[in-house]
Design a protein around this ligand. Structure first.
Ligand SMILES: Cc1ncc(COP(=O)(O)O)c(C=O)c1O
Length: 430
């Protein structure tokens, strides 16, 4: 192992037997390899000096998948597009936050993570079954890039377990089941375990075909309130831009899995596509990991109390928030796979788009911006912004209405947020 690298998880005495909040601060980084620095240093080098020509040959053979590294082997670093110390440290430290994961692959945005995994695990001729709505960028990727490349996409309404199960069972050449739960922006939940069970039976129906991988976009509730790998999913994917980074000041994406072959595949695609997260950004994100549970717990608690209070306002036609679900199937899914409701609240206002726009104009504390998960509260109108690439028919089918606004709740004082949202709701009724 080169002098500056993080310790390998297998050799890290802290890696096993401690809880996630301890592991995130103690594994994956050995101060002795960073001249005694108590926190990781930044290694900005684009290229790495080989310890010998033989070591270089060996490092390339391993990187190209010709041979496998021996457990604990000290493999030289090559070039920062393939891997670098800050990516290694971050990937090691993020693993304990995702129960069931043994490895992570870090990308320079959530979309980089999603596009890389769909290219890696689907491919031309393959099919993707996905819930709808999806984050607008993911829908755009499917329509603008993956379908023209010869992949097929089958959309099933979020929360419709029977339709999802049937699509997984009946879609030929199914390679990927992509579940975004809760869905952005409707917060409708889909049953992860049902997707996993259906994907397992898909094997027997299409003899000889590889089992489809089940991917969960866990951006809204993970890694603290929902654990897809524990429910049998193969991969979780995040926009790390959101709760993981937590301050709306950087982009990032991550995929986590327990399967070494899938990690190797993703790393190989990442090296070719060149979308690894840069060292400075890895360092920044790494420093945010120890507080993600603290932030998410506080944000969720505030959001739950705001949602309860705002649901009764006469300007609110419909409230979408997990702790206020009334549909028995949604309640069943929520109780089976999530622990807390999270910090995104979606409101449907009486008066449609004009009322929604008036609300956005009137809110003073939360800013009108896309994105979510930061310590500052944000508001947006999904139908005309994040989800505007969907056709009117797709928006209607997915339940994204003109009167819908999405609130991302931060860590401001709850009383201030409540008073502000209430005065903005009052204004829509004048
Ligand atoms: C659920 C979800 N997935 C993926 C993404 C894309 O992430 P990024 O903006 O980091 O590329 C977003 C962004 O809003 C999102 O909300």
């Amino acid at each position: 192992m080169s002098r500056t690298r993080s310790t390998d998880a297998h050799h890290d005495t802290h890696a096993h037997g401690v809880h996630p909040s301890t592991a995130v601060l103690t594994r994956g980084f050995d101060p002795r390899l960073s001249v005694g620095s108590a926190r990781p240093a930044v290694f900005r080098s684009s290229t790495y000096v080989f310890s010998s020509p033989e070591a270089a040959e060996r490092a390339f053979a391993i990187a190209l998948g010709k041979v496998e590294a021996k457990p604990g082997e000290d493999v030289d670093l090559i070039y920062a597009r393939l891997n670098h110390p800050n990516a290694e440290i971050l990937e090691s430290q993020i693993v304990p936050l995702e129960p069931g994961a043994t490895g992570a692959v870090i990308f320079n945005s959530g979309m980089a993570a999603i596009s890389t995994l769909l290219l890696a695990f689907c491919g031309p001729g393959g099919a993707i079954v996905h819930t709808t709505p999806l984050y607008g960028g993911t829908t755009h990727l499917l329509h603008q890039v993956l379908l023209p490349l010869g992949m097929r996409a089958v959309a099933v309404p979020a929360g419709d377990t029977a339709a999802m199960t049937a699509a997984i069972r009946d879609t030929p050449d199914l390679r990927v089941v992509f579940v975004e739960t809760p869905a952005n922006p409707t917060l409708v939940m889909s049953d992860i375990r049902a997707a996993v069970d259906a994907a397992a039976t898909a094997v027997t129906l299409h003899a000889g075909a590889p089992r489809p991988v089940v991917v969960v976009d866990n951006t809204f509730l993970g890694p603290i309130f929902q654990h897809p790998l524990s429910l049998g999913a193969d991969l979780t994917v995040y926009s790390a831009t959101k709760y993981l980074a937590g301050f709306s000041d950087m982009l990032g994406g991550v995929v986590l899995t327990s399967t070494p072959e899938q990690l190797a595949t993703l790393r190989g695609y990442r090296a070719m596509l060149g979308n690894i997260l840069q060292p400075d950004e890895c360092w920044l994100l790494d420093g945010r990991l120890p507080t993600v549970a603290l932030r998410m717990n506080r944000q969720s608690k505030t959001a739950a109390r705001l949602a309860e209070a705002l649901a009764a306002h006469p300007a609110v036609e419909r409230m979408h928030y997990p702790s206020l679900f009334t549909d028995p199937e949604q309640i069943r899914i929520r109780d089976a796979q999530t622990s807390y409701p999270g910090a995104v609240i979606t409101l449907e206002l009486r008066g449609g788009k004009p009322a929604a726009f008036e609300f956005l104009r009137r809110v003073r504390i939360a800013r009108n911006a896309v994105s979510l998960g930061g310590v500052e509260s944000l508001t947006c109108h999904p139908a005309t912004t994040t989800h505007s690439e969907m056709s009117p028919e797709e928006l209607e089918a997915a339940g994204v209405t003109p009167g819908m606004v999405r609130l991302s709740i931060g860590v401001e004082d709850r009383r201030d947020l409540l008073a502000d949202f209430q005065q903005a709701l009052d204004a829509t009724q004048r």
